[in-house]
Design a protein around this ligand. Structure first.
Ligand code: DON
Length: 307
């Protein structure tokens, strides 16, 4: 298959869509990002890369970071983790408080904000310290993205904290039900920092390769998680990776994937490749409008959906 040709076609076809949707504006630091930008990268088993658009331009990965923290926590706690966080789609927006109240402080899944904050809390408990937990998260993503310089944007993280009342409320609510172990503001700060990591589509697609290959990074030749855990992570991406639009995403695209409000989406084609796409205009669910369409075009043109 001529992947570069397919990407070039998608790039041309997607142009009329790039100004649609709305850039995340809940914090000023994200609202400044310009619409009209687009990048898409595929990474294959041998590490070879196909890209179009601004694939070297870093953006805020936001909720995509939740895939990496879920991977780390699942590796540490195995099925014990599910006592604190479920694996069912929420059918609610990513920052909803309502469901958490009537489900006794146990978040539906690791990708809604409450679930991801609980996971960050579990990593802080394990590493006994916020800074150490953040270092482990950063170093993990540095290794699998092959960029040792990777860092987070402090302005975005601070801004997210300043406007982070809802995330703080989610953490406090979990604490009131006994599902929180560490300092609430410190844990939410650590969460905001890993959300504020900046990466480009080449790095993101490289970092997801282990999930396309049963938990083993084929370029590093290293098992990152067991095949059984990689299966679970892919399953939760498929069912929960796009929040209340996960069903629609499976319907149109048909790949395990995770979105972020920075406009990024990562996806895996099991046994074949990982994909990252970026375009900052978001649909009403907070997922990249053009990014979703580009992935739909990709699976339609190539037949490479899991279904
Ligand atoms: O906590 C938040 O709301 C953001 N740091 C992340 C939200 C996000 O990316 C939702 N994804 N589409």
């Amino acid at each position: 298959m001529n992947y570069q040709h397919i990407l070039d076609e998608i790039y041309d076809e997607i142009q009329p869509e790039l100004m649609r949707g709305k850039v995340a504006d809940y914090i000023p630091a994200l609202a400044e990002v310009k619409k009209g930008q687009f990048a898409m990268t595929l990474t294959l088993e041998d590490g070879s890369v196909y890209s179009v658009g601004e694939s070297k331009k870093a953006f805020s990965i936001q909720s995509i970071s939740k895939v990496f923290t879920f991977t780390l926590a699942l590796d540490i706690y195995a099925s014990e983790l599910y006592k604190r966080v479920g694996v069912e789609p929420s059918g609610n927006p990513f920052n909803s408080l309502v469901q958490l109240e009537y489900e006794n402080g146990i978040p539906r899944n690791p990708f809604i904000n409450a679930g991801a904050i609980a996971i960050t809390d579990s990593l802080i408990s394990y590493y006994k310290d916020e800074d150490r937990a953040l270092d482990v998260i950063m170093n993990f993503i540095r290794e699998i993205s092959a960029n040792p310089q990777l860092s987070f944007n402090k302005t975005v993280a601070d801004s997210e904290m300043e406007y982070g009342d809802r995330n703080l409320a989610l953490a406090r609510l979990m604490k009131s039900f006994g599902n929180f172990e560490n300092d609430v503001p410190g844990s939410v700060m650590t969460y905001s920092r890993h959300c504020a990591i900046t990466m480009n589509t080449e790095e993101l697609s490289r970092a997801m390769l282990f999930l396309a290959f049963g938990g083993t990074d084929p370029v590093l030749g290293k098992e990152i998680v067991s095949a059984s855990k990689a299966k679970r992570i892919n399953a939760v991406m498929l069912t929960c990776g796009h929040y209340d639009a996960s069903g629609e995403f499976a319907f149109y695209v048909g790949l395990p994937a995770k979105s972020g409000v920075g406009g990024g989406i990562v996806a895996t084609v099991p046994g074949l490749m990982s994909i990252a796409v970026w375009s900052p205009g978001l649909n009403k669910y907070g997922n990249s409008h053009a990014g979703t369409l580009a992935l739909e075009k990709f699976t339609t043109k190539t037949g490479l959906s899991i279904f």
